[in-house]
Write a protein that binds this ligand. Structure first.
Ligand code: ATP
Ligand code: ZN
Length: 286
């Protein structure tokens, strides 16, 4: 039997879709049938385990899975020994402290002596210690946001992305404990073959990420303007220049970064570029 890498991803929830999409963008197709515990990739030596996110750090530490995709918040809360390989750019959220909207709040000192409900007791404990705050931590496993309303706590420490859940529960965010996103983690003792498969996967992840941040650009330019235009869009090595059927004009092809996109377009127009096309790149290998 040839070697395989086992990856643990969330079975259902906020990270499930994006995890599967990322694998697909890396050219890895899996049959994600309902109620399945595991699936084999068709075209890559990968076996996928579908698990609760809370269990993923332990499975990876124990080597039941070789790698996993999980929120940093869960990874750090569980304190499991798994190697952080890559931030993945989705599942972004923050672990925040929030109090009833009408409560006065000046600084973190105001949390002294308060009862704080959370599903993240370890991260909260560490944060309070660092801030020299003594508070009572009430660990609850779900619906933390209702705790102040029912008199169970004075404040909460919970995950926030837009903040709308806090708002509907009459709470306001006062401190950020942790910024989090989905990360790729790996067991510390992969064998050589597993390590090689992981490297192939990382290579693809990088190609996908690079492509997301870059665009392919095509434009027409009068030949006498080419030096200036080339200096604006140097591309990966240098731009491709193709003569147009119309004499004195060329088509220029290159790659530009998303974040400098508008700035460059304006300068290209000013330099005499016409018929500018910008198209997404699917994969990018340098
Ligand atoms: P499971 O059934 O796997 O235990 P869960 O209910 O614990 O699922 P989800 O709510 O699906 O978990 O969230 C999974 C992860 O998504 C979180 O641990 C966090 O990293 C990330 N996330 C991003 N935005 C948010 C948010 N607004 N609220 C909660 N989690 C978020
Ligand atoms: Zn969970």
């Amino acid at each position: 039997m040839s070697a395989k890498l086992r990856i643990a991803i969330q079975k259902s929830g906020r990270l499930n879709d994006d995890s599967i999409r990322l694998l697909r963008e890396c050219g890895i197709e899996i049959n994600n049938g309902q109620q399945k515990l595991k699936a084999e990739a068709y075209n890559f030596p990968l076996e996928v385990f579908f698990l609760r996110d809370d269990d993923i750090p332990q499975y990876v530490e124990d080597g039941v899975a070789d790698i996993g995709i999980v929120g940093e918040n869960v990874l750090l809360e569980k304190g499991r020994k798994a190697k952080m390989i890559e931030r993945l750019g989705f599942g972004k959220c923050r672990l925040s402290l929030a109090i009833p909207r009408n409560e006065k709040y000046k600084s973190v000192q105001d949390l002294n002596g308060k009862r704080i409900a959370t599903s993240y007791p370890n991260l909260l404990k560490r944060y309070l210690k660092k801030q020299h705050i003594t508070a009572e931590i009430h660990e609850i496993s779900g619906s933390v946001e209702i705790a102040p309303g029912i008199g169970l706590a004075d404040a909460i420490c919970d995950l926030v992305s837009s903040g709308s859940t806090l708002l509907t529960n009459g709470l306001r965010e006062v401190e950020t404990v942790l910024q989090s996103e989905a990360v790729l983690v790996a067991n510390h003792n992969l064998n050589n073959e597993q390590q090689r498969i992981l490297e192939r996967l990382i290579f693809r992840l990088h190609a996908v990420r690079k492509a997301r941040h870059n665009k392919y650009i095509l434009l027409n330019a009068p030949d006498k303007q080419l030096p200036e235009i080339i200096s604006l869009i140097p591309g990966m090595k240098s731009p491709t220049i193709l003569p147009l059927a119309q004499k004195g004009w060329s088509s220029v092809h290159s790659v530009i970064q998303e974040d400098e996109f508008w700035d460059i377009i304006e300068r290209l127009k000013a330099a005499g570029a016409e018929g500018i096309l910008v198209v997404p790149i699917e994969k990018m290998i340098l």
